[in-house]
Design a protein around this ligand. Sequence first.
Ligand SMILES: Cc1cc2nc3c(=O)[nH]c(=O)nc-3n(C[C@H](O)[C@H](O)[C@H](O)COP(=O)(O)OP(=O)(O)OC[C@H]3O[C@@H](n4cnc5c(N)ncnc54)[C@H](O)[C@@H]3O)c2cc1C
Length: 380
Amino acid sequence: MDFSFSEQHEAVRETVRRLCQTEHQKLVAAAEENEVLPREVFARWGELGLLGVRYPEADGGSGLDKVSDCIVREELSYMSQGFASSWSAHSHLGIWPIWKAGTEEQRRRFFRPAVQGRKIAGFALSEPDGGSNIRALKTRAERADGGWKLRGSKLYITNAPIADFLLVAARTAPELTGGAISLFIVELPAAGMKIDKLRKEGIRASETGLIHMDDVFVPDGCVLGAQLGNYPVILDSLSENRVGVAANALGMARAAFDAATAYARDRLVANKRIGDYQAIGHKLAEMSAQIEAARWLVYYGAWRVDQGTLDSATAARVKLVASETAVSVSEQAIRVHGGAGIMREYPVGRIHRDALVYVIGEGTSEIQKNLIARDLGFRF
Ligand SMILES: Cc1cc2nc3c(=O)[nH]c(=O)nc-3n(C[C@H](O)[C@H](O)[C@H](O)COP(=O)(O)OP(=O)(O)OC[C@H]3O[C@@H](n4cnc5c(N)ncnc54)[C@H](O)[C@@H]3O)c2cc1C
């Protein structure tokens, strides 16, 4: 057993930290305020090879590993989960299925430009009538001359307002089976597709959309992998991304903890640093222990991805623990700040709003518990 990060991992961490401190940090306040992510960040991430860290060089990626991917996420999230969410929807959700199951032509047209930051991607699975019960999704794909026509709606889709293409999940048959669900690559803008930008409480710097599709034509060449029924690819992608977003949660928890610790050192009440009150000191101790537990679970999950042995229940455990840790630690961080925790000049309120997104997105905590309970042999 070896819990150390390699020199290469440390170098990735240092690169992202420096990028955040010297280039991105100054963009965060305006991006949060205006709810607009500067598009140029994708080009910069592409230039530094950060969008393709977990993909092999032979396929156009940077040839590193999932541990590196989680390090990038952790450091971006430490700065801003808005930025990190857009990175995640692009670098994983929007392109992993194309890398995994796309045709050579689809990889060339969509995957490669995306890892280079020349095209922005997103993944449209959730719908107004239900995000948790994905197998019951209602968007229909109907046969048309030379392709398919998509009709339906997608809700809460990260990057939709800024994307160059979206991977859209739709059913080609009414049965509630995995075989009836396929992925379609839709280039934007697309006739018949309307995207309304949503205003959010959390991850405000990340742009999110409601999509209406009215007979959106997708040529046969844009059916993922040139075959129908790629629901298992969706499930595998979500599993791996649960480990990924757990790393995002770890970054948020660390940021909230560091802010709380700094505040506990600086703030004097009755001539005493608040951290020297046992109630506050214990809070910080507990937060630090929770973060340490989440950290090693996240990197264990990443290691399992790199070994090719990740299963969905393990991914669910990793995501459940890390996202709930981020919510709990950021709430405690607000309490440590007292009234200041509610003020916008301190980061902890924003981190808490952002953390709440992650006990919902990528499957809610309840859905993670369902997956774990099923793994334990229970059915409900
Ligand atoms: C900011 C943001 C960005 C997002 N980005 C994307 C994206 O890029 N692409 C995408 O496809 N989706 C995205 N989502 C959607 C996200 O995945 C869904 O919101 C999530 O899966 C929950 O679905 P829902 O909102 O429809 O909630 P519902 O499914 O309506 O659930 C409501 C409540 O009921 C509970 N519940 C539902 N079913 C069960 C059950 N079987 N057992 C126990 N409890 C249950 C849930 O846990 C939850 O508490 C995003 C969401 C947000 C908030």
